[in-house]
Ligand binder design. Sequence first.
Ligand code: EPZ
Length: 422
Amino acid sequence: MDSILVRGNGELRGQIPIAGAKNACLTLMPATLLSDEPLTLTNAPRLSDIRTMTQLLQSLGAEVASLQGGQVLALSSHAISNHTADYDIVRKMRASILVLGPMLARDGHAVVSLPGGCAIGARPVDLHLKALEAMGAELDLRDGYIHAKAPSGGLRGARIVFPIVSVGATENALMAATLAKGTTVLENAAREPEIVDLARCLRRMGAQIEGEGTSILTIEGVDRLGGATHPVVTDRIELGTYMLAPAICGGEVELLGGRIELVGAFCEKLDAAGISVSETERGLKVSRRNGRVTAVDVTTEPFPGFPTDLQAQMMALLCTAEGTSVLEEKIFENRFMHAPELIRMGARIDVHGGTATVTGVDRLRGAPVMATDLRASVSLILAGLAAEGETVVSRVYHLDRGYERVEEKLRACGAQIERISG
Ligand code: EPZ
């Protein structure tokens, strides 16, 4: 297993290109199952999760070609031969559940493994299943698999009110509704930019959708969808992550492709902490306004609130802020596993249930630490960039799921960082 070695090396200066969004691409790829015409995705990120989704779609009989070094994905599902998404693949990546809605909508049946547990929380899929049942699907859970069947006339439009905001359940229901008979209304739908991107792609394929970006989505089912070419939206979580690099180390970094509207609530918190964010022709420029960062309180919420996927990275910044910050994680029940690792680096963090209280220290000290999940791993790298001495982050396979070429991107701005093959 590879590790990453980071040495605190002072200010960062330079430019970092931001890739296409992992969490958009993971829902755009299964959309190919809705049509027998080609779907081409451009600006695709080069990540292990994308390779896993590729394997899954290929196991169903879809064709997925990775072109231009992985930045273009050419997908085609004109010959789906297998409707079972196997546990061996699904257990590696929970987003695999997103093949359920499209397969059910187009072919009337699907067998998908239940995803199983995850480090950051139980992450049930009950809301996905309830939405599909509301559209007439018959679901039978047995042997760890979801056995799903649509009514003989196909899925039917329905009014679905989500009791809590769920990105994945909104995506599964939205894709299924595009081919359902009649009108579907999704209330309390997720508003994330990845949902907006999916709706725009589906519309290019011929879907009739209104309301993306709001909490009410209205979909008029159509008989069939065509092909499309669609650019994957910029990754707002990668963007926010790298915005924190100059915030933690000092200096000034320009994030190419960054847009304020993707990280509104996050920028408000950075501003309150004393970080300056300005728009440039090519993206966003980030620097500290003065010597030390100021403590701020953070509560994670569905978009447009503060993203849970940036909570771990923000905690790394607040470990060296002036004052005490309170972070409330409201989305997942176990998403503070980076805290004990940051404490190994000298951070002062008290965790009680879903609340972490961080008392800033002057400087963290490098130490051997362990990545526990995707966003925790990059939080430790950010902390290592500002710490005194050496930090070795182990189990970086977590990192490779969601960040392409981390070492290269940070080294280009002056960071001392290298991968150690293990
Ligand atoms: C998506 O996960 C993202 N993953 C996550 O990013 C992100 O943290 C999350 O949305 C929240 O923004 C992808 O898009 C591939 P949810 P998802 O359904 O769809 C509960 C990363 O680091 N829930 O919005 O699984 C659930 O347990 C990953 O890139 C149910 O109870 O998240 C959670 O507490 C991590 N029943 C809350 O809702 C359900 O049926 C929000 O989950 C579904 C969800």
